[in-house]
Design a protein around this ligand. Structure first.
Ligand code: C5P
Length: 269
């Protein structure tokens, strides 16, 4: 589907959406090894109902009204393989042919991978959604809601859900040996906690500045909004969706296939 923002007025409250920077693009980090899923190919290339997770994720983003470009960040050294995979699974006609898909190689950490995706964005992109390939079933309404909130003037928007488990805090040096009892240091008030998802949406200039300011040593940031918070820029939450869960462990694959089966029954999707 085409980027409707090209046909409509640019919200005046989005200061950085000036000049020609009117498009919304999605960066899809997909370079993780997915060790918690067990042995096998990189996580994004694992199949759900016969289709690679990565392809599900690209389709979920491309279906959004606002998104006209998806930058897929492939495992380092795997860009050609990912390009071939995407060519084998073209976007369905219903998604529209105007969505462009680029592939770039990723880095050692998620943060490096996102930065490489940002580097590939053309100049006319003003809004960026960063979406984990590991959340292949995010509903299109969630993607559109994030993009709309950024276009309405919020510099950083994150979908989130209340936390259902009580969360315990441990000390930084605790639990190094797996299975060793860990002393608890605090129990945060659960009603004040939220579990965040992706896509996280940003004014492009703000996100690029955050990535330039806080370059990653070691593991890097696990979430882009966290970097923007460190800049002192406000981040807001909007309602997430239970189907935007992250496929991390083997049981998540079972859940994802059940969601796809339910969708097929409900709407022939
Ligand atoms: O490891 P985690 O589950 O937090 O990864 C979230 C997303 O970041 C996944 O889609 C994964 O493919 C991606 N990632 C990446 N480059 C890395 C590590 C993770 O693109 N080096």
């Amino acid at each position: 589907m085409s980027d409707q923002s090209l046909n409509g007025p640019i919200p005046s409250s989005v200061n950085s959406l000036s000049g020609a920077a009117t498009r919304t693009a999605a960066v899809l980090p997909a370079a993780g090894r997915g060790v918690r899923l067990g042995p096998g190919s990189p996580k994004a290339l694992r199949q759900l109902n016969g289709t690679p997770m990565l392809v599900h994720a690209v389709r979920a983003l491309a279906r959004a009204r606002a998104v006209s470009l998806v930058v897929v960040v492939a495992p380092p050294g795997g860009a050609a393989e990912v390009r071939a995979l995407l060519d084998e699974h073209p976007l369905p006609e219903t998604v529209g042919s105007t969505v462009e898909v680029l592939v770039v190689p990723g880095g050692e950490t998620r943060q490096d991978s996102v930065r490489r995706g940002l580097d590939a964005l053309p100049a006319d992109v003003g809004v960026v959604l960063v979406h984990d390939a590991a959340r292949p079933l995010v509903p299109v309404d969630t993607v559109d809601a994030v993009a709309a909130a950024v276009r309405a003037g919020a510099p950083a928007v994150v979908p989130a859900l209340p936390v259902t488990d009580t969360v315990k805090q441990v000390s930084a040096d605790a639990g190094r040996e797996r299975g060793t009892p860990e002393p608890v240091v605090a129990t945060p008030d659960r009603s004040l906690l939220r579990a965040v998802q992706t896509p996280q949406g940003f004014d492009r200039a703000t996100l690029v500045k955050a990535h330039q300011r806080f370059r990653s040593p070691g593991e890097g940031a696990t979430d882009d909004a966290g970097l923007v918070e460190r800049l002192g820029v406000p981040v807001v939450l909007i309602p997430g969706h239970e189907e935007a869960f992250k496929v991390t462990r083997p049981l998540d694959l079972v859940l994802a296939e059940a969601v796809l089966a339910r969708r097929r029954v409900n709407d022939g999707f």
